[in-house]
Design a protein around this ligand. Structure first.
Ligand SMILES: *[C@@H]1O[C@H](CO)[C@@H](O)[C@H](O)[C@H]1NC(C)=O
Ligand SMILES: *[C@@H]1O[C@H](CO)[C@@H](O)[C@H](O)[C@H]1NC(C)=O
Ligand SMILES: *[C@@H]1O[C@H](CO)[C@@H](O)[C@H](O)[C@H]1NC(C)=O
Ligand SMILES: *[C@@H]1O[C@H](CO)[C@@H](O)[C@H](O)[C@H]1NC(C)=O
Ligand SMILES: *[C@@H]1O[C@H](CO)[C@@H](O)[C@H](O)[C@H]1NC(C)=O
Length: 340
């Protein structure tokens, strides 16, 4: 008898020890984080792909961009979901995620891709620059990812995620500007998933997309979180959407990485991966740059040509043209035209 109770006590002790990890455990499972000893520099120890090929996110800058006329517009099917059936909104300890119905699909990527989930990446209130992809080295405030799996080849996302051509992600860059009611359909429920998951009314996912979705960047890359499988066909829309300062603040302050009863709670902030090396690869773009000018400044507008770095002769021609236009405009004190 005493032996048995000793045994029981030992088991109990083990259970207690197991249930109370010394460092705050992220919600439901995996131990990886964005900072600290389990931060992104350590990911590849447990998840080898994170230190491997074709990693995402990347910086989208002129030197690596190539216009490709065969990149047509994507078609979004089943995006306009009604309020019921509801979506499941989850705090998975790394981000906030909405499970998407399988009848939502994107066409125009070759194979058929059905939706799996969407989630966001963001910064913190003191440094609100938490997009994963950067454009010309510049972070946006946040980034939305809509994740799909190749439903021509695979039965679901868990089978597809480590397979060739398995996944496609459509990314929306988010900047601060005017308020965006579509995003409130997620943000209004963040407090309810501070530490867990809830049902929320369905809504039209298409309303989360930016203007002119036919203009995008396209490249082959990876999941931006462990296990970082290099199986993702990326589409990053050229044009950002705007959300208000107040909306961004909700995203940056409403969620926690830790469980409700954790003695040392950690806010869910800065959940974005650093941009990865992008050697000897190209990003295809569906839009032609160099046709429009962007004006900044107020008194004397400074005009910048955004141009495609195409073949060298074209580069020289456009460079000369840019100089000529700049000097002519400066001489005339002309207004800049934004053409598209
Ligand atoms: C354009 O993209 C298609 C695939 O979308 C690819 O097969 C083709 O090689 C690309 N063209 C150029 C000129 O890079
Ligand atoms: C989505 O569907 C609803 C009715 O089901 C309709 O009122 C609304 O206009 C649709 N929205 C879009 C963007 O198509
Ligand atoms: C993908 O979506 C289509 C259209 O809604 C549906 O018919 C098909 O069953 C879905 N595929 C899978 C594997 O769920
Ligand atoms: C995905 O499909 C496989 C094979 O059909 C199945 O064994 C697995 O349970 C499915 N996973 C989920 C999460 O539905
Ligand atoms: C963790 O996952 C389990 C099963 O998947 C679920 O029942 C539980 O609610 C989740 N817990 C949290 C805090 O999300």
């Amino acid at each position: 008898m005493p032996l048995r109770s000793l045994h029981a006590a030992a088991v109990l002790l083990l259970v207690v020890l197991k249930e109370q990890p010394s460092s705050p455990a992220p919600l439901n499972g995996s131990k990886w984080t964005y900072i600290g000893p389990d931060g992104e520099k350590s990911w590849s120890k447990t998840y080898p792909s994170c230190g491997g090929l074709l990693q995402s996110p990347i910086d989208l800058h002129n030197d690596i961009l190539r216009y490709n006329a065969s990149l047509g517009p994507l078609a979004f099917q089943g995006y306009n979901q009604s309020a019921s059936p509801q979506f499941v909104l989850t705090n998975n300890g790394h981000s906030v995620k909405v499970k998407l119905p399988k009848d939502m699909q994107v066409r125009g990527l070759g194979a058929r891709y059905n939706a799996s989930q969407l989630h966001l990446h963001w910064g913190d209130k003191n440094d609100p620059h938490g997009s994963e992809h950067t454009v010309g080295g510049k972070h946006f405030a946040a980034e939305l990812h809509i994740v799909y799996y190749n439903s021509d080849r695979y039965p679901n996302d868990s089978v597809a995620k480590d397979k060739p051509e398995g996944l496609a992600v459509v990314a929306v860059l988010i900047e601060v500007g005017s308020s965006n009611p579509a995003y409130d359909k997620i943000f209004d429920h963040l407090k309810a998933v501070k530490y867990k998951e809830v049902f929320i009314p369905g809504f039209s996912i298409e309303e989360l997309l930016p203007e002119r979705p036919e203009e995008y960047y396209r490249y082959r890359g990876s999941l931006t979180t462990p296990p970082c499988y290099p199986t993702v066909l990326w589409t990053v829309f050229r044009n950002p959407v705007q959300i208000s300062q107040e909306q961004l603040m909700k995203l940056e302050t409403d969620l926690y990485c830790t469980h409700m009863d954790d003695p040392s709670p950690r806010e869910m902030v800065n959940n974005f991966r650093q941009v990865q090396k992008f050697d000897e690869r190209l990003v295809y773009v569906s839009f032609q740059q160099g046709k429009e000018m962007w004006c900044v400044g107020s008194v004397v507008p400074r005009c910048l040509f955004r141009m495609k770095s195409g073949a060298l002769p074209l580069g020289i021609v456009t460079h000369a043209l840019r100089r000529w236009v700049k000097s002519t405009l400066a001489a005339m004190g002309a207004r800049c035209v934004r053409s598209y």
